[in-house]
Ligand binder design. Structure first.
Ligand SMILES: [Zn+2]
Length: 167
């Protein structure tokens, strides 16, 4: 076996060779080849610069909502996720995208309340939305605005105090 390579086997295909290097995985099967890029290991400078600010912002608001409405959560993580604003695990851990601090506050709040309500309802059922609505009666407008902001040029999501709010 070549150094740095290991054989892997796919169902319904002949053995192939997988090359593992620091930023990509090259898989060759028969005559075809595929490259799977790895997620960058080095966190972006922008994320590193804003992570703690985001943590302070998020933790403060989570605490306020948790105290007022009786949510019990475990850990809060601030991440640089590509596609999600937040998530909630079945263990009660909350994850938030650090870019929530670049959103108008009404949207950051909506994201936080949305994830907190998943502690009660681990789905998007009518009951889940009823919880969200009980806390944020205007959540529909906030959701709509969030969709609009997501469609706006990405640079708007990297600048503090955007003036995109106005629904
Ligand atoms: Zn959700």
């Amino acid at each position: 076996m070549l150094q740095g390579y290991r054989a892997i086997y796919f169902l319904h295909s002949s053995p192939c060779i997988k090359r593992i290097c620091s930023h990509a995985t090259v898989v060759r099967y028969n005559t075809r080849m595929r490259i799977f890029r790895r997620r960058r290991r080095v966190p972006s400078k922008h994320y590193v610069q804003h992570k703690e600010l985001a943590r302070t912002f998020v933790c403060e608001r989570v605490e306020v909502f948790a105290r007022e409405h009786g949510f019990a959560y475990k850990r809060i993580s601030i991440r640089n996720t590509r596609r999600s604003w937040g998530s909630c695990s079945e263990l009660g851990n909350l994850n938030f995208n650090y870019k929530v601090i670049f959103l108008p506050e009404v949207l950051a709040e909506y994201i936080i309340v949305h994830e907190l309500c998943h502690l009660w309802e681990f789905n998007h059922s009518a009951r889940f939305w009823a919880h969200v609505e009980a806390i944020l009666p205007d959540y529909r407008a906030r959701r709509k605005l969030l969709r609009r902001v997501e469609k706006s040029p990405a640079r708007h999501l990297y600048v503090l105090n955007t003036s995109l709010c106005g629904y």
